[in-house]
Design a protein around this ligand. Structure first.
Ligand code: A2P
Length: 275
């Protein structure tokens, strides 16, 4: 599965596998361990976790038990969105590192520009303050790259204009019909790699009749079409599954969607609202 071997090059020169395994909503420890182990066994070389997912320990254990050299797997985790204080941010990073049991992360992200209970609140000062902590962690080598998640262009502008290191990654909610073009174009101009959580709209997109029709033309599943679409947009998909057969299927995306079909898919909206 060639797609698993392709990398993006981040703005600091670090290679990041284009496809990653998402672990959001895999809260059960055994399930998280099993799914991560299966992903690694099937060739995924990027794993995405977060402190708030509650599975950093299972992800770290699966990686250590896989026998793979640490340098072959790209691991991302995230600072909880609620933390906008520098001392708390540093303490949270240490908690993450103790849980995951690794010497370093490949990428460490601010999970969101605002607390989840207060989406949209202006936390510019707090984001700058915790970004400076991420810069210190980056300089220490304990995170090989740093970035953000769920940031829009204005949120990113605060960091770019106010701090010395630019975010290398912005992980956003991204799937066919929800492509956040303004954020993506901004990131492209500023050299920030976009990655996609929920590339299957957490499963809501999979029964969409138009997507079924297109997928059938390629002899592929809707999930494979969705993941391939994200790759062809130069965005890094992070599909999640707890089923080994689907984990394998989601990485089997060595086909090319034609430009006519890409245009058709670009024109869809509200794809996650299908019943
Ligand atoms: P499950 O974990 O039971 O396999 P997203 O990546 O957008 O967050 O979507 C994840 C959701 O999509 C989960 O509910 C997952 O279910 C489901 N899913 C993942 N891959 C597939 C697939 N290949 N076919 C059908 N459902 C899938």
């Amino acid at each position: 599965m060639a797609a698993l071997q392709e990398d993006f090059t981040l703005s600091n020169g670090l290679q990041m596998p284009k496809i990653g395994f998402g672990t959001w909503q895999i809260t059960d420890a055994l399930e998280a361990y099993g799914a991560t182990s299966a992903a690694l066994a099937h060739g995924y070389r990027q794993i995405d976790t977060a402190r708030v997912y509650g599975n950093e320990d299972s992800v770290g254990r699966a990686l250590r038990d896989s026998g793979l050299p640490r340098s072959e797997v790209f691991v991302t985790s995230k600072l909880p969105a609620e933390i906008k204080d520098p001392d708390e941010a540093l303490a949270s990073f240490e908690t993450t590192m103790a849980a995951i049991g690794l010497d370093y992360l490949d990428c460490y992200l601010i999970h969101a520009p605002w607390p989840w209970h207060d989406i949209g609140r202006d936390c510019s000062a707090g984001n700058k303050a915790v970004w400076e902590v991420l810069e210190t962690i980056y300089r220490s080598g304990r995170a090989k790259s740093i970035g953000v998640s769920n940031f829009n262009a204005a949120d990113l502008r605060v960091i770019i204009d106010g701090c010395s290191t630019r975010p290398m990654v912005n992980q956003i909610r991204y799937f066919i019909g929800h492509t956040q073009e303004d954020v993506v174009q901004f990131c492209r101009r500023e050299g920030i790699q976009v990655t996609a959580y929920s590339p299957l709209a957490t499963g809501k997109i999979l029964r969409h009749p138009d997507l079924r029709a297109v997928a059938e033309r390629y002899g592929k599943s809707v999930a494979q079409l969705c993941i391939r679409y994200v790759l062809q947009k130069d965005v890094g998909p992070l599909p999640k599954s707890t089923h080994e057969q689907r984990i394998r299927e989601n990485a089997d995306v060595d086909f090319e969607i034609t430009s006519a079909d890409m245009a058709l898919l670009d024109g869809l909206s509200d794809t996650d609202k299908v019943r």
